[in-house]
Design a protein around this ligand. Sequence first.
Ligand code: HPA
Ligand code: ZN
Length: 320
Amino acid sequence: MTHLPVAELHLHLEGTLEPETIFELAERNKITLPYSDVDELKALFEFADLQAFLDLYYANMSTLRTAADFAEMTDAYLTRAAIAGVRHAEVFIDPQAHLLRGIALEEVLEGVTSALDASVANHGMSSGLIVSMLRDQSAESAMNVLDGVIALGTPILGIGLDSAEVGHPPSKFVEVYAKARAEGLHLVAHAGEEGPPEYIWEALDLLGVERIDHGIRCMEDERLVERLTAERVPLTVCPLSNVSLKAIGRLSDHPLESMLRRGLNVSVHSDDPSYFGGYIDDNFREVSDALDLDVDDLVTLARNSVTSSFADDVRKAELL
Ligand code: HPA
Ligand code: ZN
């Protein structure tokens, strides 16, 4: 399986900080962590819901301070992803989470993009960056980030929307997405992870997104399933994440198999691999063990990840 080329399309770089790295960064940057060792931190990797995870995720990323820290985190991810068979990666960064604690946008983007720029040379992997907006912050704050990225001239693939979903519908960000579209950027958004199917409709109709991140709750709305299937809208599903955050009870109950049978354009990804028990290869292995998937299904999932990417047609052809 791991020899099939796959594209990672749903990965938060800050969610790749392994516990050991968090301690190394804390020591380097003279930050006192509220845990005394790696085991104490790992013992906290039991989440009641998305917000419980986000609290720990935002706390731990405070160990990142300099462009070199961001570059190191990104390159460590690329190294691990190459082992998993990832040949193309479109990764999220959450600039607001860093701006809010006084780290400059330039520092974040310079670090991440310096590592991504070397991904082909160092890892044989094409890559791109998606700037993700925190939906529990204001639309004005998201617009400031977008303006900042444009002013810096940092090449990015597009924008996304993440963080606490319920109570923060896509409709809040119509102007931000309209501006990003006018700038020629690709558009994606998390929707239907914890939030209702209506948020998926909004992401499609009000934001004009090209991909839905998660989207698993579409299965509660037959008309929405028909729409997503007819338009082949990509859904970047993260099975281990859904179990970790209690969106799904057990992996054997995950709707991925039904989604495939309904003809939805699903692919499998890792979300926050350090926190949720594994990278894209682990997700593939665990879903193939827990669900009734055959080799053709796994090939479909891998091929969908490539066709759903924003890679150009030449790169897609190389990977298919
Ligand atoms: N959901 C929403 N926001 C996030 C996640 C997630 O799983 N990971 C990092 N930010
Ligand atoms: Zn996510």
